[in-house]
Design a protein around this ligand. Sequence first.
Ligand code: DAH
Length: 350
Amino acid sequence: MSEKTTQLRESFVSALSAVDNMEALEAIRVEYLGKKGLVTELLKDMKNLSPEEKKTFGQAVNVLKEEVTEMVAGKREEIKQAEIERENNLMPEFDISAPANLDRGSYHPITLVQRQCEEIFRSMGFAVEDYSEIVTDYECFEALNIPKNHPARDMQDTYYLENGQLLKSHTSAAQNAIYKKYKDALINESKPIKAIFPGRCFRNEATDACHENTFFQMEGVMVDKNISISNLIFFMKTMLSEVFQKDIKVRLRPGFFPFVEPGFELDISCLICGGEGCASCKHSGWLELCPCGMIHPEVLRAGGIDPEEYTGFAFGLGLTRLAMMKYGVKDIRDLNSGSLKVLSQFTDDK
Ligand code: DAH
């Protein structure tokens, strides 16, 4: 009878040697050790044996059972180790104790300035809105009181798509959508509209050190009852003093933009000489920074707001220009150059 156990052990050992995964191991375990497995089946032959033979055979089967169980456990461990090794080989080498890679990318100077402005305006209760770069002619011009064939369009030649839409030439293109989004809360809940919307703008320009076909602006609007130019001056002065970390004087000069009335050019006291007059400010003591004005009644009306009841201000801050002033960038083309040598200089200023 012990021949049978020996044979079964041999057949098990050879079957086990071909096993290399958990599923196959489980199958062979059930085949030998399961309730109706080959080892258990051996015991059925015992009934025809003498008591003496039963004892020896029973012991032999038990020993076999233990051996098979042990071999299954050994194989399971072996497969597990092999799997771990395989996974380790698949993983890229990663050393958790290695020092940080200081050659990683850095924030673009425009991103830095934009985030800073967003933070400041948020703290003054303004919502920060995003808007698409592709807009309709209505949004970019008509809703801003610039009808077809108006000469003001000449200043903002941009790129047109075949379907008549265009790449926005200024962030003012989002004004109409912003008014429509917030007008109900303004009218029904007396919540003033306070929003800024930074964005990329495009113009069909010949590029030089001061002109780019792609640049960034940040538009801001505030609409409520009794909004006046004083509100505009207050918010601009506060924001600019924060950005430049010093008290900034501002002045308004008349400027023409069809979507504001009156319209202004906002100048700031020269950052270099503080207003004394130097080469940077052409000895005037002032730097031109941000066009702005009181929103034109037609523009409010196009946004669904009654200009008899509400007034507001708008400004179009040149973020690209602001970044150039803040970081002393001399050539606007550097900003779109993708040159890490230039752009990575601004990393430490978050
Ligand atoms: N959208 C104008 C431009 O890009 C800038 C501008 C002027 C925006 C006056 C305004 C504004 O909101 O009030 O030339």
